[in-house]
Design a protein around this ligand. Structure first.
Ligand code: CS2
Length: 502
């Protein structure tokens, strides 16, 4: 089978959308750190629409911060890859729509050649550096948002300006080179699921720059822009079966296609130092303030995603669609949104939150995505502060019931035991895994009481000031005792009956 690349593009089936522009005429205006599946199915797809409309300034240089596998897969394909949009038809039959994306022109692997990354950031054609490095990639303290100067990667980068390994280090040394070369300001854009993601990035970059060169920090502060944005599209991990299915449909081999749902959302603050693509052509919208959109999405989508993921993983429901097909879980997630999350959200002009809720349940039910609950369960210590704890804090402060929110948190704690209800062991994928699993063994493996739950809540990197909150502790004790004795399904039934309320 031939390989997907510039020479085999023309021979693809007519049903496959593909670049109709001359890729050789594309300039590299965007450097993206963390070229993973999400960025390729989201920002790159929207950028493709802007390029297709004739703006040839926005080719992308994609940087892998750790592994060479994306480069190894896409470089032989001239950066081309397939986006497979998957859902089900009216009869519930899975279907897919294929589009070959041409926006990615170059693939870099930072550990192999960090200097090349800095040079791309400093290059005159570069106008935007965007990031999807996950919540843990900002080397910050999730509870405060501040850059951790004691973080091993930050300590390393402050001592090794030629070979930074953190995204923050790469950005600052790239900007330093750019400033030295006299090239213009840049827009630095976080596309990660963090509240005020642009401001978290700005604070981290300025704090690091302050450590190495206060004049540089001043230049960045005055000249560069850090727009906040809310990103939304469900993008499961690509499997070998997906590679085979997409390649068969193309009639040539694509080593790393990406999958996504039809739904797409991106609300971006229109604050750019050197222009930007017209991403509205790809479904994005520019807004004066992204904060209310972020809060809506982080609490409704990511909050329920995490709750569903831990409940599903512990019960042995391996994918989101299988989990939401359980009537008790579906009722719980619907009530969680309606009764506990929505009352904490600001009104958004033009948004009917009940419709948003129903659409989200339909997105979860999409049978064609096979989104694994264990994939979403990763990095709980980095995700829960903005997904669950913000809503919990707001409700506790207003003395409102927290049972359903607390069930998400209790199930995460339960998930730390590393074995599901079928006796299936799994790996806890989290930068704090060792400390958290030890905490679990010391405090929750032999039963649950006030001391044991307070000891869990005292883990400051995740919970900050939530330790010792009697209402939360009481709710968690009831829920954890139920999860440990009767399991997920019976606990859901009890919560839906209005029991287990502290
Ligand atoms: C998911 C997100 O894996 C996860 O943590 O909750 O990737 C989610 O699919 C996206 O944020 C949806 O926009």
């Amino acid at each position: 089978m031939n390989r997907l690349n510039d020479t085999t593009l023309a021979a693809l089936p007519a049903s496959v959308a593909r670049p109709a522009y001359d890729r050789r005429a594309l300039k590299t205006g965007i450097v993206h750190l963390g070229i993973g599946a999400f960025m390729r199915a989201h920002m790159a797809a929207a950028t493709e629409a802007a390029i297709a409309a004739g703006d040839m300034r926005w080719g992308i240089a994609g940087v892998s911060l750790r592994q060479p596998d994306t480069r190894d897969a896409l470089a032989p394909q001239d950066g081309l890859y397939t986006l497979a949009i998957r859902d089900a038809d009216a009869q519930g039959q899975p279907r897919q729509r294929l589009q070959v994306i041409g926006a990615v022109l170059r693939l870099l692997v930072a550990p192999e050649n960090p200097q090349a990354v800095l040079e791309h950031i400093a290059a005159p054609d570069t106008r935007i550096v965007s990031l999807t490095v996950t919540e843990k990639g900002y080397c910050h303290d999730p509870a405060t948002g501040a850059l951790r100067l004691d973080h091993p990667d930050i300590v390393h980068d402050l001592a090794h300006p030629q070979a930074p390994r953190s995204a923050i280090g790469m950005l600052v040394y790239g900007l330093q080179l750019r400033h030295t070369l006299g090239h213009g300001p840049l827009t630095l854009m976080s596309l990660d699921n963090l509240p005020a993601n642009g401001r978290v990035l700005r604070a981290a970059v300025l704090r690091f720059a302050e450590e190495i060169d206060s004049k540089l920090s001043l230049w960045i502060e005055r000249q560069c822009c850090f727009p906040c944005s809310m990103v939304d599209r469900i993008v499961p991990k690509t499997t070998d079966a997906d590679r085979a299915a997409v390649s068969a449909a193309l009639g040539c081999a694509d080593a790393w296609p990406v999958l996504g749902e039809p739904f797409f959302d991106w609300a971006i603050e229109d604050e750019f130092a050197a222009d930007r693509p017209d991403w509205t052509l790809g479904g994005a919208r520019f807004v004066p303030d992204a904060e209310p959109f972020e809060r809506l999405k982080l609490r409704m989508v990511n909050g329920t995603h995490s709750s569903l993921a831990y409940l599903g993983a512990m019960a042995g429901w391996q994918t989101v669609d299988k989990a939401i097909a359980q009537p008790a879980l579906r009722s719980h997630i619907e009530a969680l949104m309606r009764d506990e999350i929505e009352p904490t959200l600001p009104a958004l002009p033009g948004l009917d939150v009940a419709t948003y809720r129903h659409n989200l349940l339909a997105r979860y039910a999409n049978p064609a995505l096979a989104h694994r609950t264990h994939q979403i369960a990763m990095d709980g210590s980095q995700k829960l502060p903005q997904r669950l704890l913000g809503t919990l804090r707001d409700r506790l402060a207003r003395q409102l019931p927290v049972t359903r929110m607390a069930l998400g948190l209790a199930t995460w704690m339960h998930y730390l035991r590393g074995v599901d209800e079928q006796g299936q062991a799994y790996r806890i994928d989290d930068p704090h895994a060792e400390a958290l699993c030890t905490l679990y063994q010391q405090n929750l493996s032999q039963g649950v009481n006030t001391q044991s739950v307070d000891a869990m809540l005292a883990y400051a990197p995740v919970f900050g000031d939530l330790a010792g909150n009697a209402t939360l502790t009481a709710a968690l004790i009831l829920l954890l005792q139920s999860l440990q004795t009767v399991g997920v399904a019976a606990t859901l039934e009890a919560v839906n009956r209005g029991e287990l309320t502290a």
